[in-house]
Design a protein around this ligand. Structure first.
Ligand code: GDP
Ligand code: MG
Length: 598
């Protein structure tokens, strides 16, 4: 069948290089959106995404483009992809649904770590890639130099690249022409048994579960009964259609096209991403190649500040999970924090986003424990257990050996800051794999324990490079490691939520750092408060918080009642985020800040 009028493409870029702005411009140029409906960043639909300026869920839009050179009308299906390392997995799914990519590179910044990570994924997906140099309106833009850099670092031919300003719209029409002239149309047969790849699914409070599909063969229509080939579940299709970005119902979705299918599905967990949809009556012979499932790599505990909020937290997590099947949670209890949940995330940003959504959308006050990676414990009885929570680590005599996850990290940084970056990697037990230069930028490839980067590696990297370093990582493997659990005792009481796992070589240094930090974080009490770090029964570090005698309101001289009241109220508000441990109160901020290094 003739699919020569269709082009399916993704936009890939390092964060902030202008993906979403370009998507907006393309949508506008194709006349899909009335000027009055036009607001910045059309595709970043969640408030949080808009505020943080990042794209979380990959989004797809159908555009109708009339090419001035041929006079022909094309159907363009655009996928905007998330740029952050945590969501690399969503990028790979989006790419599998397209034949080509627009590689957007900021002409004033050049190639960054996620530019590389994304472009390699696009090459793996067999994409035709069109380099787009963005932000040429900026005085600091150097498109010619950056083109050379793309050739040197990535090995991509840039002779037919397009220089644009997504902001002003300059040359954006050339991007549309390049798409129709240089990307191949999809392959597929409209008359074959229907076969579609399930790219994504999410829960909409009005519509229920929406699945995003790329149709490979045949035609999908309303009223058809579709079978999910991996799970075997059969559903009656109520609606098919596309986003323009508004949701529009269509009669059908056929080979080569992308769009949504709604089929009375109850939960996102019934839709396995990467599954193949087919017609129950006229099934495809075999499923399409799927995806590896995403695995949470960072875990932390979430506990309600107000213990009576536990049920609300449970319901809120269930609602969020409807929309985001990549995070996991299970009930957890802590001697220190009471009832809560242990939650697993794709990375730190993902973790922050979920926490923030819980606090904002569900109005919850939460205590978050420090993030931890998943360790493997090989027990003396021959079994293997995963350790998601340092507090659950059994007695060391039961453990034969432990392994921790490592990542392969790519860091791009200007020469001037390279020394500090390499020192940071060494301090974090990194092993250098490669170090190359492109102009005055260095590209360092390191193997690093994930444990060493989950907490503040990225912040430190940004600060020592004044924001110029970029960073990307992928999971590598598990390796045996000499790991110990460090327990924290406040006023001689162990605070389970503060315990953490570290490499033995760093245990003393980290134990001392956390005690010193807690000394500043825990307010003074009417008595002396000793703080200790210990491995098993052996104390490796200690600090003491001196006793306090003064009454907080004393400095009001008893006179100004309203001021006194305000002060007490302020203290009460602060208390909300405090937790009582024996006789000592520990503020919520301590749980996160305490384990931050340096
Ligand atoms: P994304 O993270 O790749 O989606 O990037 P955005 O589209 O959100 O853009 C990041 C920032 O760069 C925003 O502040 C945009 O307004 C700005 N920006 C995008 N394109 C251009 C451009 O062509 N010129 C200039 N000067 N700024 C741009
Ligand atoms: Mg964006």
């Amino acid at each position: 069948s003739d699919l020569s009028h269709i082009r399916n493409f993704a936009i890939i870029a390092h964060i902030d290089h202008g993906k979403s702005t370009l998507a907006d411009r393309l949508i506008q140029l194709c006349g899909n959106v009335e000027a009055r409906d036009m607001k910045e960043q059309l595709l970043d639909s969640m408030d949080l995404e808009r505020e943080r300026g990042i794209t979380i869920k990959a989004q797809t839009v159908r555009l109708s483009y009339v090419s001035p050179s041929t006079g022909r009308t094309y159907q363009l299906n655009l996928m905007d992809t998330p740029g952050h390392v945590d969501f690399a997995y969503e990028v790979s799914r989006s790419l599998a649904a397209c034949e080509g990519s627009l590689l957007v590179v900021d002409a004033s910044q050049g190639v960054e770590a996620q530019t590389l990570a994304n472009v390699y994924q696009a090459i793996d997906a067999g994409h035709e890639i069109i380099p787009v140099l963005n932000k040429i309106d900026l005085p600091a833009a150097e498109p010619e130099r950056i083109k050379q850099q793309i050739e040197d670092v990535i090995g991509l031919d840039t002779s037919e690249s397009v220089g644009i300003s997504a902001k002003t719209g300059l040359n954006v029409e050339q991007v549309l022409e390049a798409l129709v002239q240089r990307l191949p149309p999809p392959k597929g047969n409209i008359d074959a048994p229907p076969q579609a790849l399930l790219v994504d699914s999410w829960y909409d409070s009005y519509l229920g579960v929406v699945t995003l599909v790329r149709v490979r063969e045949g035609v999908f229509r309303k009223g058809m009964r579709v079978r999910m080939m991996a799970t075997g579940a059969v559903h009656l299709v109520d609606k098919v259609g596309v986003f323009t970005p508004k949701l529009i119902e269509t009669d059908s979705l056929s080979a080569g096209e992308m769009g949504f299918i709604m089929a009375g599905i109850k939960s996102v967990s019934d839709c396995q991403i990467g599954d193949t949809l087919t017609d129950e009556r006229n099934p495809a012979a075999s499923p399409l190649p799927g995806f590896k499932p995403s695995v949470p790599v960072v875990w932390c505990g979430l506990f309600p500040v107000d213990t009576s909020d536990f049920e609300v937290l449970r319901e809120s997590l269930a609602k969020l999970r409807l929309n985001d099947s990549s995070f996991e949670y299970q009930a957890d209890t802590s001697a220190a924090l009471g009832f809560g949940f242990r939650c697993g995330f794709l990375g730190l940003l993902h973790m922050e986003i979920i926490q923030e959504r819980l606090e904002r959308e569900f109005d919850l006050d939460l205590i978050t424990t420090a993030p931890s990676v998943v360790y493997r414990m090989y027990m003396t009885d021959g079994t293997m257990e995963e350790l998601h929570n340092p507090a659950d680590m059994p007695d060391v005599v039961k453990i034969d050996r432990m392994e921790e996850p490592w990542v392969k990290a790519t860091i791009m940084v200007p020469d001037d800051y390279l020394g500090q970056v390499l020192a940071l990697c060494t301090e974090r037990r990194g092993i250098q794999m490669d170090l190359t230069y492109a102009g005055n930028r260095a590209m360092a490839v390191y193997k690093l324990p994930l444990n060493e980067i989950v907490f503040d590696f990225y912040d430190r990297l940004k600060s020592i490079s004044r924001g110029y370093a970029s960073f990307d990582y992928e999971m590598s493997d598990y390796q045996e490691s000499d790991l110990v659990r460090i327990s924290i005792l406040v006023n001689a009481e162990p605070v389970d939520a503060l315990s953490f796992i570290a490499h033995r070589s760093q245990s003393e240094y980290r134990g001392r750092a956390i005690c010193a930090r807690l000394k500043d974080l825990i307010p003074r009490h009417m008595f002396k408060v000793p703080i200790q770090a210990a491995i098993g029964g052996r104390v490796i570090a200690r600090e003491t918080i001196a006793a306090l005698r003064k009454d907080v309101t004393a400095k009001c001289y008893g006179g100004d009642i309203s001021r006194k009241k305000k002060l007490l109220e302020k203290q009460k508000a602060g208390k909300k985020r405090m937790r009582q441990f024996g006789k000592v109160e520990i503020p919520q901020s301590a749980f996160i800040s305490a384990l931050r290094m340096n």
